[in-house]
Write a protein that binds this ligand. Structure first.
Ligand code: PRP
Length: 210
């Protein structure tokens, strides 16, 4: 049974069984993915609530900044960034600019290659900058990205939707959910290119992983 959560005002710690809102039914994996996915870990409703709250935290931290450059990490961060930036424009006084950067280290594997490749998509600059990532696992990607962006802004902050609590020596300003150490997909996150389009965070079956 999923844990019912109604407080999204701070990082939500997600237990192994997963979470849902009080008014959501017990979530189930879609039939077409039943052989590949173990369970829904975080429902669409929970993501929506936490994204709204994160936009509030970000507004407070960038109070009086006027304009922020949102740096979206492709591909995984695309759905999270799309929702978060729209929430920021809807809820806050901040003006938002969007730049993309592409990073890759996992390829079609379930473990990090350790080599983080950065492909600069846009010229990135801005006094106030928000780096938006889907997940921090080993922390290799964030470390490289933060280093890369450091001299491109005066005020760099980092927002991550999911944190496994493993990464050491990396500073994250805003965290959506603390999750168990399982391989997850959905809401932009993939395994070998699959599952990015799912509106919830799901756990991928261990026997599928290489
Ligand atoms: C994933 C994810 C993060 C990174 C986190 O990217 O989107 O960027 O791994 O892992 P780490 O903390 O161990 O570095 P991936 O390389 O799979 O590229 P993708 O975003 O295009 O899926």
């Amino acid at each position: 049974m999923h844990k019912v959560v109604s407080d999204f005002s701070k990082t939500v710690v997600v237990p192994d069984e997963g979470i849902r809102l009080p008014n959501e039914p017990e979530p189930k994996i879609r039939e077409k993915y039943a052989n590949e996915l173990e369970k829904v870990l975080i429902t669409k409703g929970c993501i929506k609530e936490r994204v709204k709250a994160l936009a509030g935290e970000i507004e407070n931290a960038f109070r009086n900044a006027g304009e922020i450059t949102c740096v979206v990490v492709l591909k995984g961060g695309m759905f999270f960034a799309a929702d978060l930036i729209r929430a920021l424009d809807e809820q806050s006084n901040l003006r938002t600019r969007i730049d993309f950067i592409k990073c890759s280290s996992y390829g079609a594997k379930s473990y990090s290659s350790g080599n983080v490749n950065i492909f600069q998509v846009d010229t990135i600059e801005g006094e106030n900058m928000l780096l938006i990532e889907d997940i921090v696992d080993t922390g290799n990607t964030l470390k490289v990205l933060q280093q890369f962006l450091l001299d491109k802004s005066k005020n760099l902050k980092t927002c991550v939707l999911l944190d496994k609590g493993i990464a050491k020596g990396v500073s994250i300003d805003f965290v959506g959910f603390r999750i168990p150490r399982v391989f997850v997909g959905g809401y932009g996150l993939d395994y070998a290119g699959m599952y990015r389009g799912l509106p919830e965070i799901v756990v991928i079956k261990k026997e599928l992983l290489k």
